[in-house]
Design a protein around this ligand. Structure first.
Ligand code: NAP
Ligand code: MG
Length: 448
């Protein structure tokens, strides 16, 4: 049995049978059997089915947002926005089905054609922080390319994926094309990684488990894309709109209670503006509305579990620069916390995955680049300055897959998302995600 908990109340909201290796193998067999017919569906028809799925997600938006909010402890307003993105993702990949194709390359003695072939049955492994969103980032391109899938949501947050599985069938996508197996990573996930009939693993999660996925995939030379952890930088220059940067900075860490791979949890501030910025940052952080996820005005809910709260707590020893208010409980609450640090402290090296930010001064542009890049991760980041040339110099110099200038934004449906260094490889979203769910085939036709 898997007991599903509401992290804001600690109540059990569902009890599900626990699938094991046998159920995983059955799901893979169903996906494998469904593949030949699914890849043969005419592109326009595949697009139509994805569009119908998008429409069903929209129609059931309030229900899905409610599930996600209860299961993850997300504020309902944020959950609604995420479900909106899920629909947009399916619309985008519906439109992409017939726009991702091969080339004709003139070569000596003939013509060379390339085709984009689907991979087969693919395994999609998803974390608990954005369960439905991240599932859609993988499902959209996987289905658009003609693959069939086994989707494994996180053990803590299976409910939205299970509901989506029903909507997939309601949309008319044939039985067996999408199979949801809501079980443990160490059992179902591991089996998918090692299964000889799984052609690829699309994984989002921690760098630690990502490493294990990569090792496990080696046995069958399985394709993998890894969307892993981060320790992203928010670089604030003295010439920036300091008020604007300070007002935005808390939401770059405390959104989703800091359980965000893109959290800009290292806030670097140019020394000459450091004191002023700290004042503004503390004021802005006081404004983050923490509380009942069902409340429309709530901006931050609880952490996902008691165990995770223990981990997050272990990063804060001594008196922080600022500690906000949070409810007493029940619920796995943790307050917004700001800590002054150096880039060598544990809090600046490791992903906290909670509402804790390290604030670190820097001397000049070169120092900012050096510090921001001094991390094993490279997922996201922001640059705040009014000097456009400097913004571009930094954007080129930072080792990170996704950067924004004078903005917190990381993720958009039409633009590629993914990491450098130990934040992983492969890209989700945008047209680039389709490359991860197809194989290039090259056919030479002699004209001699
Ligand atoms: P996690 O512990 O790595 O788990 C991720 C998924 O992998 C879960 O479904 C998990 O199942 C499964 N899993 C666990 N062990 C496995 C194994 N041996 N083989 C195959 N699958 C296995 O990550 P999390 O705690 O859920 O999520 C937080 C992490 O995700 C953070 O590090 C965060 O930065 C990262 N993340 C990255 C991105 C990105 O796009 N780069 C986005 C969001 C989150 P169980 O739940 O059953 O353990
Ligand atoms: Mg985990």
């Amino acid at each position: 049995m898997i007991a599903v908990t509401n992290p804001a109340t600690e109540e059990t909201i569902a009890e599900l049978p626990e699938p094991g290796v046998a159920e995983t193998d059955e799901a893979v067999a169903r996906a494998k059997a469904a593949f030949p017919a699914w890849r043969a569906v005419a592109p326009a028809d595949r697009a139509r089915l994805l569009r119908r799925l998008a429409a069903l997600v929209e129609e059931h938006g309030e229900e899905l947002a409610g599930i996600e909010s209860r299961n993850v402890g997300k504020p309902i307003s944020g959950a609604r926005a995420e479900v909106g993105m899920v629909a947009d993702v399916f619309h985008f990949y519906a439109g992409a089905v017939d726009k991702h194709h091969g080339e004709t390359i003139p070569v000596a003695g003939g013509v060379d054609l390339t085709f984009r072939e689907p991979l087969g049955a693919v395994g999609l492994i998803v974390p608990w922080n954005f369960p439905l969103n991240i599932a859609s980032w993988k499902l959209g391109p996987a289905l658009a390319c003609g693959n069939t899938v086994v989707l494994k949501p996180a053990e803590l947050t299976p409910l939205s994926a299970l509901r989506l599985g029903e909507l997939v069938l309601e949309a008319g996508i044939p039985e067996g094309v999408v199979n949801v197996v809501a079980g443990k990573g160490s059992v179902v996930g591991q089996r998918l990684v090692e299964h000889p009939d799984v052609a690829k693993i699309g994984f989002t999660g921690s760098t630690e488990v990502g490493r294990r996925v990569m090792e496990g995939a080696a046995g069958t030379i399985k394709r993998v894309t890894l969307e892993l952890g981060g320790k992203s930088a928010n670089v604030v220059f003295a010439d920036a709109d300091l008020e604007g940067a300070a007002a935005a900075a808390p939401y770059a860490v405390f959104d989703n209670a800091g359980q965000d791979c893109c959290a800009r949890s290292r806030i670097f501030v140019e020394r000459s503006a450091y004191d002023r910025f700290l004042e503004l940052l503390v004021e802005a952080t006081k404004g983050v509305a923490v509380g009942d996820p069902r409340d429309e005005a709530t901006e931050m809910g609880p952490l996902i579990s008691a165990a995770h709260r223990e981990t997050v707590s272990s990063f804060v020893d001594g008196e922080p620069l600022f500690r906000g208010e949070s409810p007493e409980g029940p619920g796995f609450w943790f307050p917004c916390t700001l800590v002054e640090a150096t880039n060598d402290d544990r809090i600046a090296r490791e992903e906290v995955f909670g509402p804790v930010a390290a604030v670190i001064p820097f001397e000049d542009e070169a120092d900012a680049v050096r510090l921001a890049n001094d991390t094993p991760f490279g997922l996201s980041g922001s640059i705040w300055t009014r000097d456009g040339a400097r913004a571009l110099r930094l954007a080129r110099a930072l080792d990170s897959g996704v950067l924004s200038v004078n903005s917190n934004s990381s993720v958009r449906v039409a633009t590629p998302f993914g990491g450098f260094k130990q934040s992983g490889f492969g890209r989700e979203l945008g047209m680039q995600a389709l490359d991860g769910y197809s194989e290039v085939k090259n056919v030479f036709v002699s004209t001699e």
